[in-house]
Design a protein around this ligand. Structure first.
Ligand code: IPE
Ligand code: IPE
Ligand code: MG
Ligand code: MG
Ligand code: MG
Length: 339
């Protein structure tokens, strides 16, 4: 399938809401994402929501205010794209959803921690997230920082407690690498370093195009890659020789392309989207002097690059045939989403 064919029909403009009052990206009808697939997605998100709710229950020693802040941010109406990717990667690797669910929830916890911290005044200073006041606006900065800390930590606890030793160790290593200093956190540091024009961050001869990819691939791409990798580990981690290397390689590259395309669309939504649909403030990147795709390449070229990345993502799935059917059906969503 050609990438250009992916974007012929846009999703309907109205952002529906599901029974939880959540913006429902799956309910938007697109010819590329048929009704059956919308239902598949809704089912997977419901599974994730239920398990997240079960994982975030009172335990001795956890202050109720902390749990409240964690639940407020995690159970807010997010798209759950990362956990859905974990489930679909596991399915592609021959695993079942039940086994992959803890890994899916662990990734969502890391993602939500990153959103809470990203919104803090010291970072992007955003007062709205997922259609509601951001965590620090609702609970104050100190509790928001600590809720993020607790979610990050809990993600590793979930992995350690829900998988056999080999799988747990590899999942923890993969997630730590993706989320840590050379991954998501490193990307966030450089995103801010650019915004604040910090001298000496990059070699003088490094092109801005390269810097931009370098930031986006870490701040967003790294966690997307981890979704695919954890899905494979959850499904195949206890095999004698570990997961199928070829499969891991293909899905890793799929995640890289998918994640970068996702952040390009996020950049585009900041200039063309609406607060009503995205659930967050728009028009902030340029005001803050962020290095984004539209700033560097303009709208049309940014869209073209996102399409090319989606095409690359597709080609990673071709050798996998029917087992990757759901992953391939998810690709058009990256280009078409409005929320
Ligand atoms: C927002 O991610 C942060 C980025 C990496 C762009 P999402 O757009 O997936 O946010 P939620 O989870 O749906 O709220
Ligand atoms: C956020 O990127 C990336 C992480 C949270 C790691 P953005 O700053 O572009 O995300 P939004 O636009 O606030 O959701
Ligand atoms: Mg940011
Ligand atoms: Mg932000
Ligand atoms: Mg953004």
């Amino acid at each position: 399938m050609k990438a250009s064919g992916l974007v012929k029909k846009e999703f309907g403009a109205g952002a529906g809401r599901d029974e939880l009052g959540r913006r429902d990206f799956c309910s938007n009808k697109a010819t590329t994402m048929g009704g059956d697939f919308s239902e598949t997605l809704a089912e997977k998100r419901a599974l994730v929501d239920k398990r997240l709710d079960e994982l975030l229950r009172p335990v001795a020693g956890c202050p109720s205010s902390l749990l409240e802040a964690m639940r407020y941010s995690v159970l807010a109406p997010g798209k759950r794209l990362r956990p859905v990717l974990v489930l679909m990667a596991a399915e592609t690797a021959g695993g079942d959803e039940e086994t992959a669910l803890p890994a899916a929830c662990a990734i969502e916890m890391v993602h939500v921690y990153s959103l809470i911290h990203d919104d803090l005044p010291a970072m992007d200073d955003d007062d709205l997230r997922r259609g509601q006041p951001s965590c620090h606006k609702k609970f104050g900065e100190a509790l928001a920082i600590l809720a993020g800390d607790a979610l990050l930590t809990m993600a590793f606890q979930v992995l350690a407690e829900h998988y056999p030793a080999t799988t747990a160790a590899h999942c923890c290593r993969e997630l730590a690498r993706a989320a840590g200093a050379a991954g998501m956190v490193g990307g966030q540091v450089d995103d801010l370093a650019w915004e604040r024009r910090m001298e000496g961050t990059w070699p003088e001869d490094m092109a801005r195009e390269q810097i931009l990819d370098d930031i986006h691939l870490r701040k967003t791409g790294a966690l997307f890659r981890a979704c695919l990798r954890l899905g494979v580990w959850a499904a195949q981690g206890e095999r004698h020789d570990g997961p199928d290397r070829d499969l891991l390689g293909l899905l890793d590259e799929f995640g890289r392309c998918f994640g970068l395309a996702f952040q390009i669309r996020d950049d585009l939504l900041d200039i063309d989207g609406s607060t009503g649909q995205t659930g967050k403030r728009v028009g902030k990147d340029a005001a803050r002097g962020k290095l984004t795709y539209p700033v560097l390449w303009g709208r049309d070229e940014s869209r073209r690059r996102a399409e090319a990345l989606c095409q690359q993502a597709y080609s990673c799935l071709q050798p996998l045939g029917d087992s990757a059917k759901n992953l391939s059906r998810l690709v058009p969503y990256v280009l078409q989403r409005n929320s």
